[in-house]
Design a protein around this ligand. Structure first.
Ligand SMILES: [Mg+2]
Length: 455
């Protein structure tokens, strides 16, 4: 994962040192030697990460960070404050200014690489989300609400076989408002997906299980793949932590665990997990658009055909009948001609509502096109299908449709044709053709009635 990193420091030797370390890991480094220059370069170059010195003459790091976060063009770039002091107050000031994380001078190689790596993993997800928003695929999702939603308290699972250490972490996280379950409380690691966690904190020093094996397991399991993993590691055990990052952990924190660090790392990882979840939902939404009829919210023809195909195959294999009912609005053309197409659309929507309210949960209601509707009824023999069709016919005819701003009351009826699968030679075309013939019969024998080819 290559990245462009902006290093801001007033002392040249410091900039060069960080540059050398980062370039050794194939990162590209841009430099700035004071606050105003940092703001200018950040705006122009849009780096992936900014390493920002706190103590600088003129505009200090806090002020630079605040301005970066105020500017929509640079607000999304993760900022790591580099402080000479490991003073808590210093860190709190950095976080208040909007920084994502911090590093203490002299900067340790492992700390630097794990910070940059973790933020790059975070960026990968966040930038995907931003890109979709920019392309109008956000589905009404704006960056502000995204950030707000992503900063909700996280659901955290602590996997550590040391009960004292685990309880201490839990206390810190709970105090910050997060929901926490520890391994001791859960009793088992059994059904993690049911716990619905955003983040797992996994302790490498644990003796009763192999934390790296667990980490690998979570990353290959569908239900837990999206969960971010934060490793806790003893300073002398960095190699194993590096291995953990390689196999899919998102970040690492060294013991003794600093409270501020813990909260910062958790916030970034929880955000990442939420972003992944949002992306997943957006993808589902995209999928939905391709199978749903936009006017009525019913399934469209494409989905109808794929479902018919599946249910007919299942029916042939399992020997259970499948029926379809085809409903067509009577004299729909005259509704459009008399009241206009907007009223016509409202009638179609109201039909959809009455259909939905009067079918069983397992039935699939589709609008293949125009004023025609088709309901797939799995495991339903012809006589039951006719009874269901009759119920729907009555639900439509029973009460007038109220449409338009003038609240017109229009009497609407439907004609319905029912057909049932006849055997394994039966095709979708045969089945729907028979329903169509029955429908035609209902139309020619007076409308507002149900006919079936089985009868
Ligand atoms: Mg300085």
């Amino acid at each position: 994962m290559s990245a462009r990193i902006l290093v801001v420091d007033d002392i040249e030797a410091n900039r060069r040192l960080l540059q050398a370390k980062l370039e050794a890991q194939y990162y590209t480094v841009i430099q700035a030697e004071n606050g105003p220059q940092a703001l200018e370069v950040a705006r122009k170059e849009l780096p992936d990460i900014i390493l920002l010195d706190v103590m600088m003459p003129g505009m200090d790091g806090y002020e630079v960070c605040r301005r970066l976060k105020e500017d929509p063009a640079t607000a999304f770039i993760p900022v790591v404050m580099v402080t000479a002091l490991s003073d808590t107050e210093d860190r709190v000031r950095g976080l208040d200014a909007g920084a994502e994380d911090f590093l203490t001078k002299p900067v340790d190689d492992f700390a630097l690489m794990s910070r940059v790596g973790a933020l790059m993993r975070y960026n990968a997800v966040a930038s995907e989300l931003r890109q979709r928003q920019a392309n109008g695929l956000g589905g009404g999702l704006d960056l502000e609400s995204t950030k707000e939603e992503s900063d909700q308290p996280a659901r955290i699972f602590i996997v550590d076989d040391n009960p004292r250490a685990s309880a201490r972490l839990a206390a810190v996280l709970r105090e910050a408002g997060h929901t926490v379950v520890t391994l001791a409380e859960a009793g088992t690691m059994g059904d993690l997906s049911r716990l619905g966690v955003d983040l797992m904190i996994l302790s490498l020093p644990s003796k009763s299980f192999d934390a790296l094996k667990l980490c690998a397991h979570f990353k290959v399991t569908e239900a837990t793949r999206a969960v971010s993993i934060l490793l806790i590691c003893d300073p002398e055990d960095r190699e194993r932590a590096a291995k953990g990052l390689e196999i899919g952990a998102s970040d690492v924190i060294l013991t003794p665990v600093d409270k501020q660090e813990l909260l910062v790392r958790v916030r970034t990882q929880a955000r990442r997990a939420r972003y992944i979840e949002m992306l997943r939902r957006r993808v589902d939404k995209g999928l939905e658009l391709s199978v749903i009829d936009q006017l009525t919210g019913l399934y469209n023809r494409r989905y109808m055909m794929s479902q018919l195909h599946q249910f007919m195959q299942r029916s042939v294999m399992g020997g259970r009948p499948v029926s379809v009912m085809m409903a067509d609005i009577d004299h729909f053309k005259s509704v459009n001609d008399t009241y206009g197409h907007d009223a016509g659309d409202e009638v179609l929507q109201e039909i959809a509502t009455r259909l939905r309210e009067n079918v069983r949960p397992m039935d699939i209601v589709c609008r293949p096109g125009g004023e025609e509707f088709l309901v797939i009824m799995p495991e339903t023999p012809g006589d039951l299908a006719c009874a269901a069709a009759e119920r729907i016919r009555r639900a439509v005819a029973m009460a007038p449709f109220i449409v338009g701003r003038a609240a017109l009351r229009i009497q609407i009826t439907v004609s319905v044709g029912v057909s049932t699968i006849t055997g394994e030679q039966d095709t979708i075309a045969d089945l729907t053709k028979r329903a169509d013939q029955a429908l035609y019969q209902a139309k020619t024998t007076g409308r507002n009635r149900v006919e079936s080819t089985a009868a």
